[in-house]
Design a binder for this molecule. Sequence first.
Ligand SMILES: [Zn+2]
Length: 310
Amino acid sequence: MNILRIFLISFVCFNAIGQRALDTVNSKLGELVLYTDQSWELIQDDAFNGILNEDIHNVMTSAEIGGPYTLKWDANDCYSRSNDLTKLKDTVWLCLEGDSTGGFTMPIDGPVTSRYKYRNGKFHNGIDLDLVTGDTVVCAFDGVVRYAQSNSGGYGNLVIIRHYNGLETYYAHLSKLLVFSGQRVSSGEVLGLGGNTGHSFGSHLHFEVRFYDSSMNPEELIDFKKKELKKTNLLLHKTMFRPGVSPSDEWKKKPNGSSEYVAKKYYRVRSGDTLSAIAERNRTSINSLCRLNGLRTTSILQIGQNLRVK
Ligand SMILES: [Zn+2]
């Protein structure tokens, strides 16, 4: 955090393209620095608690609803698993349209290629939208960038926006990030360029909607055909949620019949590696490596190739 602050404070005099600071404004999120070219940067206040909608947060921390549910502001971690909204005791009313949300914009125009559902034995926590690498991906509602970096858990280059309406949206597999954590963004503002980074086969946008870290079906609120909101208000209830699970985790049946989630693990092939050496190093078998990666025992490995080992 200190390194980030020093880096940001170095912008106070000149920003990345050499513009001089013109003025500073104190905002709820920290100090805004305005530059001579009318661009701005946010020097984030360490005391900022990340709560953009205090009404919703008051509800979510009350015992009547089954709380307190927590909501961290973490620029380096996607979400915590401590909230289980499948135990919500009442309905939470959330406003999707209104002055504070800035209206809704489709993140990208492309058609849906995969929905929020179980897919090959694991749960797909978002919706996939087709795009061509380099297409601009825009923000769904007004908000503040919480996370904007490369994610090793499968999302690739990922942007997470926290919105004033209480939701968070995730934009994954981007080829380029064009925002930074702490930046205020408006509905329709460019966040990055679409791509194929992370655990992705073919360029697309993986888009998630989360409430207090728990994913929900984006189609609860968005009509992806008409490219508009389905409703003005969203009534959240426990049946809409699943326990917080990452798309890089896998649903696995245990011998006693119950199920558990197991994190996937990847290995990047280095010069001189062989399947047997990789299998031994990762305490797995050649057969298992072949099955997980669609390889044959005779397949030639490429240096830099990501192999799933678990
Ligand atoms: Zn996806």
